[in-house]
Ligand binder design. Structure first.
Ligand code: AMP
Length: 594
């Protein structure tokens, strides 16, 4: 990226964040001016465009509340029941909780905003890391098929929409090692093979390695384990493996495999053959300066795995985005993963925040994890004892649930994420991503949040270290069939120094892990456990690669590989069965909790 462009983009961020309040007012004014006559807003505002009336009368909603409007538009009714903007496509959320994907209306303005985020982030990265223009990024990027809706418009994942956007094709694409045809290929294994092969052929140009969400990473490592011999053989012979049959992968590969390169194959093979793959990324790509992958929220479970394979290169979580709206970017990219905050960009949407009780953690937890909706918070809003606040009025250290209003027909829409204010960049707040709602484990009246589960597992993980084990992925489910019900965790483990599949698990250590998780869970959990209202927690260790199969399952059901986030809690029977069929050891917490 040229220096002048970087400066221009950084200046834009400074301007916007300095005028956060004004930008937000302008956005809301514009939305109301354009959309006050839609059926939806008209019902509450009767054509008025006053911002205070909007806040007073337009309800805070979830997807379920507006689904009937969206379904009508998907089925072909004119979109002006929700927005007067021209709808260009539907964006599908990845359906992280395992449910049906949600349809989100998208406009040219939405696509442009979505595409601007990686551009802004690129400028931020150039500011913090020198010399990025001297090489390329090996970004593992995959596209998903789009499909037609009765309305005549296409529906697709936002990652696919972004990869085929003009911004990506004309600018960002130039910073990556892979040709666009391969990235846009819908055959994921063939595309992944070619992306890795080209990345290795161009290894001396590679200055960063990335994807979007860290959950793609284990999948790539497993793929390399399964295919490195073919990759080395292709490099040695200068002939692309015959199983790469897709023309959009095969044809562009020809210009990279012009002649046999036994020298490179000789160099790579011993790296792959090494019993331990610790730090393999820096051996394969010696000039890599960082790993670009989002490791906040539920993706934090992959920090250990990425550290292990990358030899502790900095991991950079670049932005916080969703299908519904873009939120913000990480202005301090070199912060440690646990200290990442995202600065909200005030021109992306109109943002409001529902305060979540922070004084009493137990209560707060029950407030925002009561399953279907945050009733108590909403009740408090309705009876006036809690105040929904604007972007510029959030308070340092406070927890909030984010609510968005967009030009594309979302009004006071609860995205479902809980955030914590960690500071301000100019006048715009920075938020730490805390957790997603409605992904809690729940038995009886105990509700364990994603963040609490993650913390408890992190505490227990320490027990594994002396035995040379690395926790590479986890998930969980609430076994409500047992009496009493109990929580079951799936842990994928690998030995640090070896790629062997055969794990000798020490039951004392594993039982101790179960106990440490239980001891680290909240007061209510421990109380219920002591009262035997919740049974002993179980850890089921699964074979390395089991979570890869889980991802394949969700992708086969329509999740986009690039947007996939390993569900922290499983609710679908088939998904649980996939992990269950790969269990190599079961361990229980024993004895009484202190
Ligand atoms: P989707 O629209 O289906 O791709 O999912 C969007 C959701 O992914 C958000 O609402 C968050 O829950 C999660 N998400 C997106 N970006 C981040 C991030 N940087 N850190 C943690 N979670 C994220």
């Amino acid at each position: 990226m040229e220096k002048s462009r970087i400066e221009y983009l950084l200046k834009k961020i400074e301007e916007q964040t300095s005028n956060a309040g004004e930008e937000q007012e302008k956005i809301l004014e514009n939305i109301l001016k354009r959309n006050a006559e839609t059926d939806y807003l008209n019902k509450f505002l009767h054509g008025q465009t006053d911002k205070q009336l909007f806040k007073k009368y337009v309800p805070v909603v979830t997807y379920e509340d507006i689904k009937s409007y969206i379904d009508r538009i998907v089925d072909g009714e004119p979109p002006n029941i929700l927005t007067t903007e021209t709808i260009t496509e539907f964006i599908l959320s990845s359906g992280t909780s395992g449910g049906e994907p949600k349809y989100v209306l998208s406009t040219a303005d939405c696509s442009q905003k979505r595409a601007s985020i990686p551009m802004l982030m690129e400028a931020v990265m150039h500011k913090h890391i020198e010399g990025l223009d001297k090489g390329k990024g090996m970004y593992l990027l995959f596209s998903n098929p789009d499909f037609d809706t009765p309305s005549g418009l296409k529906a697709r994942m936002f990652s696919s929409s972004y990869l085929s956007s003009p911004t990506f094709k004309t600018t960002l694409f130039k910073t990556v090692t892979t040709p666009i045809e391969i990235i846009l290929s819908l055959n994921k294994p063939q595309s992944m093979y070619c992306q890795l092969l080209i990345g290795l052929i161009r290894r001396h140009e590679v200055l960063r390695i990335g994807t979007i969400f860290a959950s793609t990473f284990p999948n790539c490592i497993k793929f390399l384990q399964d295919h490195w011999k073919d990759i080395c053989s292709d490099i040695r012979t200068g002939h692309l493996s015959d199983w790469i049959t897709e023309p959009d992968c095969r044809t562009p590969m020809l210009s990279f495999l012009l002649e046999p390169n036994s020298e490179l194959a000789d160099l790579l093979e011993p790296i792959f053959k090494n019993e331990s793959w610790e730090g393999i990324i820096t051996k394969l790509w010696p000039k890599a300066k960082y790993i670009d992958a989002i490791v906040t929220g539920s993706m934090s479970q992959y920090i250990g795995l990425i550290d292990y394979y990358s030899g502790r290169l900095p991991i950079i979580s670049t932005f916080y985005n969703s299908s519904e709206a873009c939120f913000g970017i990480n202005m301090e990219p070199l912060n440690k993963p646990w200290d990442v905050s995202y600065t909200f960009l005030p021109n992306m949407a109109y943002f409001e925040f529902i305060p979540v009780d922070k004084e009493s953690p137990q209560k707060a937890q029950k407030l925002h994890f009561n399953g279907v909706s945050n009733e108590e918070s909403i009740e408090k809003l309705e009876n006036g004892s809690a105040q929904i606040v604007d972007l510029v009025d959030v308070k340092m250290g406070q927890f909030y649930e984010v609510v968005v209003t967009t030009l594309a027909g979302l009004y006071r829409y609860r995205v479902g994420d809980i955030l914590k204010v960690t500071g301000f960049h100019n006048k715009s707040p920075k938020f730490q991503f805390v957790e997603r709602q409605n992904v809690a484990l729940s038995i009886d009246r105990d509700k364990t949040s994603e963040a609490d589960l993650s913390k408890a597992i992190k505490a227990a993980e320490i027990e594994l270290e002396p035995h040379g084990f690395l926790l590479t992925a986890y998930s969980s489910f609430a076994d409500t069939w047992s009496i009493p019900g109990r929580y079951i965790l799936f842990w994928e483990l690998k030995l640090r120094d070896s790629n062997t599949d055969r794990l000798k698990l020490d039951s004392n250590t594993m039982e101790q892990c179960c106990r440490r998780v239980e001891e680290s869970l909240d007061f209510t959990y421990r109380l219920y456990r002591k009262m035997n209202l919740i049974g002993p927690l179980e850890i089921r260790v699964v074979k390395f690669g089991a979570f890869d199969e889980l991802m394949n399952f969700f992708v086969s059901r329509g999740a986009a590989p690039l947007q996939y986030k390993t569900p922290c809690c499983l609710k679908i029977k088939e998904a649980i069965e996939i992990l269950d069929s790969r269990v190599v050891g079961k361990f229980f917490s024993n004895g009484n909790l202190a």
